[in-house]
Ligand binder design. Sequence first.
Ligand code: AMP
Length: 216
Amino acid sequence: MNILIFLGPAGSGKGTQAQYLKEHFDFVHLSTGDLLRQEVSSGSKLGQEVQSVIRAGNLVSDDIILSIIKEQLLILKDRKNSKGIVFDGFPRTIEQAKAFDIMLNSLGLSLNKLVYFDLSLDASLSRISGRQIDSRNNLVYHKDTNPAPKEAEPFLVSRDDDNVEKVKHRFQVYQTETSPLITHYHDQLLRIDCMKSIKDIHSLFDELVQSFHISV
Ligand code: AMP
């Protein structure tokens, strides 16, 4: 099973490209942000605990995140028909990365690539200002560059933490806590220039998946 980590600031297109890998190559898209937002909307104890942290643009504790990932990995490790898993937004700290390396190893799995979605703060802010999410399936759109289909329009919502102030804060948290992962995983690093078009980045993923020697 192929394992990819998607790392990059808000608005860098991780969700959009993960969706592409899911639709075209049968990858599982595992977004810790989506899982946490589901907990919040279910009103569970965990959801109540993390709601204010997410709203503030801070990181949820490593313990909580690692227990979510452990549970998901146990479910997913036997999915023989999936080509791989895209971890979108995880790991986000060196502690999470170290624990993840151990988890993968114990399951006989290893990381293929850390895909680093490189985007400046200014570009992140302008993308987030137009971001829209289909509340039925979490698909991500942008009102100018990647508009939602007409039938999805009544279901489009914005995220609580998608405003200028919060995005600036999340960018700062990303630089301090998450960007050191680029060094941690430098042997598996693939940098993507996020100013390329969505289609050009799809092509890069086509090439990457071909290099995994999997049938598509
Ligand atoms: P995202 O959808 O990836 O932008 O995540 C939204 C929010 O969920 C983040 O700003 C964090 O508050 C929380 N979150 C998601 N993934 C993680 C993680 N791996 N570690 C800590 N917090 C996370």
